[in-house]
Structure formats: structure tokens, C-alpha cells
Write a protein that binds this ligand. Structure first.
Ligand code: 0X9
Ligand code: ZN
Length: 313
């Protein structure tokens, strides 16, 4: 059964998404947008008080691109659950009534399952490299970094062409079916999506594009303002300190990431990457009793971003 006091397997998360759609067909729907390399479904949940066919302005939230960052699927599913609760209220708030919300909580389902079955700290996808003549001699490594595989500035700084690297960009842009399917799904809705949020861990950062290198986005000040207001709301819950800034400046340059693609290709102005709890004490192996606190504070941040952007539309 689904709860947020422990981390959940992929099957449980998918079962919960489908169960929500069955229970609240008027405002929850679930779509399988494609299959992963190992044929697991890539599920997207749409929450809209205007119903499954609504074409309101939209907010995109994804998680679980990196397999070992368990707090990301946990926090994003928990926020989706909060939003469903908000949608059932008679007096609904503006962030619920203005937007369609898309949640894709596990973008790398093969990697995620691998962290449960075999290697807790696996990061990448589970695709096999194309067989080359050297493979017999040097062996080969599985997996592409799905946050170096998006089709914008692909193969640039902070990426590797070595199959065995943790930041292997893959043989070509969007070589990973997980990335290709989600890119297509977002492109088909790019004019409605007003806010793009991708959830990773850890470091407690809110990253603005660009990640590929240090130039500032032209609307940097708008993004930073909405970001800092969100972080003030997040901090107000438990005092958790997050910092906002340009990815390449406050973290490191890394090309082919999803929030760069969302801004650079899909043209979504407000595009961010959250690096969730903590700051390194537990790192990727964050205790499950932090799921609900992480969810509560992050939801306030996301709500603040939605309210600010709703005020523009
Ligand atoms: O390196 C990453 O992909 C992210 N950090 S993580 O520890 N979760 O792996 C940061 C991504 C920042 N985004 C871009 N560079 N585009
Ligand atoms: Zn990550």
C-alpha cells in the first residue's frame, strides 16, 4: 500500500497513480507515454479540476531521473497527493483552479528498480551500449546519464563519451527511450506549460538554467525572483535553507540536462531544477522519516511559484 513513511517500489507508485485516477476520474488521469529500455511504463499523471481533457496553462513536475535519488519520486508523488486533496476541496485555491498539473514521478524506472534489487547507488539508465569491436577486450558498461542525454547542447561541458562514466551522455541526443518519450510528450504541450520543475537530490539548491555553461539566461532576474520567493516559503515551514542560483555557477556546468532543454528547446520561461534534501549528512540515502517534511516544505515552494506565475496569466 502507498504511504509516505517509507520509500516505495515502482509497482506501488504506479498502482497508486492508477488507483487515484479510478477514484477521482473527474480530475485525475494517468497516461503511459512510452516504455523504458527494459519495457517498464513511463507514467504521467494529470491533475486538473477542469477534467482530463483540459487545456489550461500547465505545470510540469518530474522526478526520478537519477535512480538513486529516492527522495525525488517520494516527494513528487507526495506533492501530487497533496494537490489531489486540494482539488477535492469546495473552496479551491488559485494554484489549483488556474493550472493543469502533470506529474511524472519516476522518469528512470529501470534504474530505480535496479537500486532496489542490486545497487542502491545506481544513477544512470540500464541501456546496453551498441556492441563495438573493442568490447570483448575492455568490457562494456551499462547505462546513460539521463540528465546528460537531452537534446540541447548535448555532449558539452560536464559530460563524458566514456560508457563507464557516471555522466556518460549516450551515443546521441535523446538516445534513451525514457528521454525521447518525455521530450515528445512535453513538446506536444510546450505552449501550455508555464513552469517546468525537475526534482533531484541532494544539496538543497534551486537551479536556474543554464546548466551547460555560465552565460545567464536573458530573463535571469525574473526566474531568480520567483525562485527566491519560493525558497522563502519553503524555509518558513521548518527553517530548511535552500539556495537559488545559476546551475553552472553555484554547482557545476553540465550539458544535456532537462531544465536546459525545457527552456532552450521547449521555450518554457520558468524552468528549474530542485536539488532536494539533505546537504550531505545522509546524501542519497536519506532516511524515510524525512519524506513528509521534504514534501511539506517543497510543496509550499512549488505553490508559491504557481501562485506567482498565475498572477501573470
Ligand atoms: O548532475 C546532475 O545531473 C544534477 N546533480 S545530481 O547530483 N542530482 O546528479 C544537476 C543538474 C543540473 N542541471 C544541469 N546541469 N542541466
Ligand atoms: Zn540527480
Amino acid at each position: 500500500d502507498m504511504d509516505w513513511n517509507s520509500y516505495q517500489r515502482l509497482q506501488t507508485i504506479h498502482w497508486w497513480m492508477d488507483a487515484m485516477a479510478q477514484k477521482y476520474p473527474a480530475f485525475v488521469s494517468v497516461e503511459t507515454v512510452g516504455m523504458s529500455t527494459e519495457k517498464r511504463p513511463l507514467k504521467v499523471m494529470k491533475i486538473s479540476t477542469a477534467g482530463p481533457n483540459s487545456t489550461r496553462p500547465a505545470i510540469w513536475i518530474d522526478g526520478g531521473i537519477h535512480a538513486r535519488e529516492w527522495i525525488s519520486p517520494a516527494t513528487t508523488t507526495c506533492m501530487a497527493n497533496n494537490l489531489i486533496t486540494e482539488a477535492t476541496r469546495i473552496r479551491r485555491q488559485r494554484f489549483v483552479e488556474t493550472f493543469d498539473w502533470y506529474f511524472a514521478p519516476v522518469l528512470n524506472p529501470d534504474g530505480y528498480e535496479y537500486t532496489w534489487s542490486s545497487d542502491r547507488l545506481w544513477r544512470k539508465t540500464r541501456s546496453s551500449p551498441k556492441k563495438g569491436i573493442w568490447d570483448g577486450l575492455f568490457g562494456c558498461c551499462k547505462g546513460v546519464d539521463p540528465n546528460r542525454n537531452w537534446a540541447y547542447k548535448w555532449g558539452g561541458k560536464g559530460t563524458s563519451q566514456n560508457q563507464c562514466s557516471q555522466v556518460y551522455a549516450g551515443p546521441s541526443p535523446a538516445s534513451e527511450p525514457e528521454v525521447a518519450h518525455i521530450q515528445n510528450y512535453i513538446l506536444a504541450r510546450k505552449d501550455s506549460i508555464k513552469l517546468f520543475l525537475t526534482f533531484h537530490s541532494y544539496s538543497q539548491l534551486l537551479l536556474l538554467p543554464w546548466g551547460y555553461d555560465t552565460p545567464r539566461v536573458p530573463d535571469h532576474d525574473d526566474l531568480l525572483q520567483v525562485g527566491n520567493r519560493a525558497l522563502a516559503k519553503l524555509r518558513a515551514v521548518y527553517g530548511t535553507e535552500y539556495k537559488a542560483g545559476d546551475t553552472a555557477e553555484i554547482l557545476y556546468p553540465a550539458a544535456g540536462g532537462s531544465h536546459d532543454w525545457a527552456k532552450g528547446v521547449a521555450g518554457i520561461k520558468y524552468s528549474y531544477c530542485y536539488e532536494l534534501r539533505d546537504k550531505g549528512r545522509y546524501g542519497f540515502v536519506l532516511p524515510a522519516d524525512q519524506i513528509i517534511p521534504s514534501c511539506k516544505e517543497t510543496f509550499q515552494g512549488v505553490k508559491s511559484m504557481a501562485e506567482d506565475i498565475a498572477a501573470i496569466y
